[in-house]
Design a protein around this ligand. Structure first.
Ligand SMILES: [Zn+2]
Length: 376
């Protein structure tokens, strides 16, 4: 497996131990500014060996070959960008063809193991589709194509396969998997993850800035799991977390502004209310499902809809997995209960207790502008 010392490959390693594989880890020195990740990787190997897990660790030096590449991760004249990880400027952190180069070397090593030990070998990588937009070399079709090419050009290649357990996941899926593996193999999650580094621009003591795109993604993943990241940041956890949330909010807000119509943006992000009998769904009677216009989270189905005569789409209950948040609202001189999307915090409408009694008596009064209807 490719073992960078970051959280994705560390999670893969834990999973492979849990699944009972005999493991060879390759870490690559490619002249990265965050070379400290290799030290961290070695510390985790030492810890896991102490726990009784026998792992081979090899450090491969590609720094000379890759010193001729241009990337903000390796070039001292380029600055590692800060901000949200999906922003376009993060493209400067791409190292050209890196994953293909690493995969080629690992493939050669895998074939060498096949030859010397007469076993089948899997090449495990922690790549995930959450990286798609900016890192095209994390796409599943890229690995399929690499595998096809390698198979064409090598003897015994039928004995080597790629294993990409996180290819369809994101950072949260990965961390969740690591939590599970740590329990199964009886190792301490916080010790393991204190020996990982995700930052592209750590300081001279190896502390993460908390501000590079990869930091932000990591911090938000720990936060979503309700955990505190055990690594040391330059600033306190509270401050780096607050900054990450702010950076994400700002990025999403810009994205919503571009993608949504004026009324959709004003309703969902500024808590405005559309005029009654003006929205596109107040009189909608087709069978189908209603989703949050901002994040696509499922909110209601047409079976929950009823004609309240109020001029807004009305529902007597919500989808069982919607988890719509209810927030006390004392604006406009009224005392109401506001409804917000549990995933993206979009304002949806209000809830009243004048709904059909036979259905529980509630009326979810929702703005059409906050929803996307899909006919069944
Ligand atoms: Zn939403």
């Amino acid at each position: 497996m490719s073992f960078s010392g970051g959280m994705d490959s560390t999670s893969v390693l834990l999973r492979l131990i849990d699944e009972g594989y005999k493991i060879d880890c390759l870490s690559f020195n490619y002249g990265q500014k965050h070379i400290i990740e290799i030290e961290k990787a070695s510390e985790n190997i030492t810890y896991l060996k102490e726990k009784g897990y026998d792992i081979t660790h090899k450090i491969v030096d590609l720094s000379s070959a890759m010193s001729i590449f241009r990337s903000s991760l390796t070039d001292n004249e380029m600055i590692v960008p800060e901000g949200y990880y999906e922003e376009n400027q993060m493209k400067s952190t791409v190292v050209p063809n890196r994953n293909a180069i690493f995969s080629s070397i690992i493939y050669g090593y895998a074939l060498s193991i096949v030859a010397s030990e007469d076993v089948n070998v899997k090449i495990a990588l922690g790549v995930h589709s959450g990286d798609h937009a900016i890192y095209p070399d994390c796409r599943p079709e890229f690995y399929q194509s690499l595998d096809d090419s390698f198979k064409l050009g090598n003897w015994d290649s039928e004995r080597v396969d790629f294993y990409l357990p996180y290819i369809d996941g994101d950072k949260v899926t990965i961390l969740n998997d690591a939590v599970k593996s740590c329990i199964n193999i009886d190792v301490n999650f916080d010790i393991i993850f204190s020996n990982t580094i995700t930052s592209y621009n750590p300081d001279s003591e190896g502390r993460s800035s908390g501000k590079s795109g990869s930091d932000i993604e990591r911090i938000l993943a720990f936060h979503e799991l309700g955990r505190r990241d055990p690594i040391e940041y330059i600033d306190s956890w509270e401050n780096v977390l607050q900054n990450a949330i702010r950076v994400e909010k700002q990025f999403k807000d810009e994205e919503y502004r571009e993608r949504l119509s004026d009324i959709q943006y004003d309703v969902t992000r500024k808590s405005a209310t559309e005029h009654p009998f003006t929205g596109i769904y107040w009189d909608e009677k087709r069978d189908g499902e209603y989703f949050c216009i901002c994040c696509g989270h499922k909110l209601f189905t047409s079976e929950m809809k009823f004609d309240s005569g109020c001029g807004w789409p009305s529902f007597f209950t919500e989808d069982e997995n919607a988890n719509i948040e209810q927030v006390e609202d004392r604006s406009h001189g009224m005392h109401r209960v506001e409804l917000r999307c549990s995933i993206c915090d979009a304002h949806l409408g209000h809830i009243f207790n004048d709904g059909p009694v036979s259905k529980g008596g509630q009326r979810y009064c929702i703005n059409s502008a906050s929803m996307d209807f899909k006919e069944e």
